[in-house]
Design a protein around this ligand. Structure first.
Ligand code: ATR
Length: 280
């Protein structure tokens, strides 16, 4: 039987993951089927059970089910445990494994593709939700000198930073939390992990007025039309502004490698997606 994989989320219609995984499979001559399924907000657990019973091999999980996926995984990788969130499930003979490939996807794109030096650098992350929680562990493992989490609600940033305090200390990283209006120092790297989307009418000039983007490397974990931070930081004099399409492709390659023991090349599909979308 052909190996089957499934992406679940809500919403899901614009996801590029099926195209990416099918391209990886073609590149490596693997035969597999990767589809996506919109799942009701209360239907995640049942969907996983059904897919597993039907001998599905693995799943990708996107918003808003990553925390639930963490809870139902029977064993978890260290990265998933740090993130307390799972974006990749692998169904093995007796066990349902949970992984999180978002952080490695980000590091691969930032460091390996764009050549950004993370070790010893000052990093500012905007946002303190699930997206930030998913990447803090892998970022700390790169040994930046200082990592600041700034959020509209400063209390939420403080709570998230508290969860990672021990990990940061073990890595020798100074970690801080603050509000978006009280970012104090000039970071070399700024990551947008907020979920401000196209429909959000908040002006970024107002929201990020105190965020020192000039001459920083600015990375937007969003891509496509909602990559508003990328465009905004470009206009505000960032040294470089990049969207998160590369991170999407890299996290997919990590998931593929977990399931199929071989890591696909990512450049060709990334170039193809960029030329199709017109986002460079
Ligand atoms: P995700 O899993 O995508 O991170 P989330 O957990 O809901 O989603 O977190 C969304 C993040 O984006 C939060 O940090 C949120 O800030 P608050 O904690 O203050 O709500 C941030 N965010 C979303 N919309 C925003 C907006 N219009 N302005 C500023 N921050 C926003």
């Amino acid at each position: 039987m052909t190996d089957r994989y499934l992406l679940v989320g809500n919403p899901i219609e614009h996801s590029l993951s099926p195209i990416i995984h099918q391209a990886f499979a073609e590149q490596l001559g693997h035969e597999l089927v990767y589809t996506k399924q919109l799942v009701r907000l209360d239907g995640f657990v049942e969907c996983v059970r059904e897919f597993r019973e039907a001998k599905g091999r693995g799943m990708n999980i996107t918003l808003p089910f990553k925390l639930e996926a963490f809870k139902i995984a029977e064993q978890c990788s260290d990265l998933a445990r740090h993130a307390q969130a799972v974006n990749t499930l692998s169904f093995e003979a007796q066990c349902c494994w949970g992984h999180n490939t978002d952080g490695l996807g980000l590091i691969n794109d930032l460091h390996h593709r764009h050549g950004v030096e993370l070790a010893g650098s000052k990093i500012l992350i905007l946002g303190a939700g699930g997206a930030t929680q998913g990447v803090l562990g892998p970022l700390l493992a790169q040994h930046p000198s200082r990592l600041v989490v700034a959020n509209r609600s400063a209390a939420k940033a403080t709570a998230l930073v508290a969860k990672f305090a021990d990990h940061a200390a073990a890595m020798g990283v100074s970690i801080y939390a603050c509000g978006l209006d009280s970012v104090d120092e000039n970071p070399a790297i700024i990551l947008n992990a907020t979920s401000i989307g196209v429909d959000d009418q908040d002006s970024l000039d107002h929201l990020f007025a105190r965020v020192p983007v000039r001459d920083a490397f600015c990375y937007d974990m969003s891509y496509g039309d909602i990559a508003r931070f990328k465009k905004w930081s470009e206009r505000r004099g960032a040294a470089q502004s990049v969207d998160g399409l590369g991170m999407l492709v890299e996290q997919a390659a990590e998931a593929f490698a977990i399931w199929r023991d071989v890591r696909p090349q990512t450049e060709t599909i990334l170039a193809k997606l960029r030329s199709q979308s017109g986002h460079h």
